[in-house]
Design a protein around this ligand. Sequence first.
Ligand code: 13P
Length: 342
Amino acid sequence: MNVDVLTNTARAMVAHGKGIIAADESIDTCKKRFDAVGLECTEENRRLYRQIILTAPKIEQYVSGIILFDETIRQKNDEGIPFVDILTARGILPGIKVDTGTSALALHERESITNGLDGLRERLAEYATYGARFAKWRAVIAIDADIPSEACIKANALALAHYAALCQEAHIVPIVEPEVLMTGDHTIERCAEVTEHVLEETGEELSRQGVAIGGIILKPSMVIAGSNAANQSTPKEVADFTVRVLSATVPRELPGITFLSGGQSDEQATANLQAMNALGTHPWKLSFSYGRAIQNPALAIWASDTQENVAKAQEALLFRCKMNSLAAQGTYDASMEESRTY
Ligand code: 13P
């Protein structure tokens, strides 16, 4: 492990005002997103859509890295230039999703475990030859009256830590993503309690496996009431609860935390990030690594006319990148949404 290489990459991923685009949907998830806007999920449509994201003008001003899927890291643009080379030439770090999805946790059928450790050392070595500088692994924790179980939290924490250790061995920065799902009617207090416990267990397992904390990026969910909860959380509540939980669990030497959006609306995800940064300076950078909340408008615009709407879709992506960059600096205001041209 070369700690300097890892910390330099991790710091670049959370450079001031910059965040990450998660464009790493698996084929099944991509199909869900494409179905929702009436697009056929062919390999060529996936390549064309990813080309829009990866070549969108000026996004390098707001984006430090883009997470790719296994298929995408091997693909090229219309002129035959590998997508990874395009990103690198623009100063955007290429990342790669390396988990292979979730399956039911044995003896805990309502809970899941993330797969992909088998052969991971070899896959990381291959991704490094493609130019991947960081990786992502998502663990999923659901909340209900009697879950999450200790079994689920501990099994996922161990898998995350083992993945992170393998990444660091390969000089690739691991994004450690323990997602506490928003699905359900739980309160923000319950989400805080679960998230705190998940982050504590994950942190303990990371240090037990010898992972260098200065060379990882944490990608948690925000602390927020369930999507069907009677009382929906305000940005101030999300900010207060999330920063409190992070302060209690995340070491100061971690360079940055880039949140997932998890089903929040585009503007809600931006407003919540803004509210956290408006609280003052934190030991770690607080930024974004959104999938849906940054791509939604671009995908909908492109789907409505895949021939004519390429530039418009890229404009929409750039706008959301800019709004989230401002939120990462604590200088976003909801009134700025009115200046959008899409
Ligand atoms: P969302 O922002 O759509 O939750 O996706 C982020 C992500 O990378 C999930 O693994």
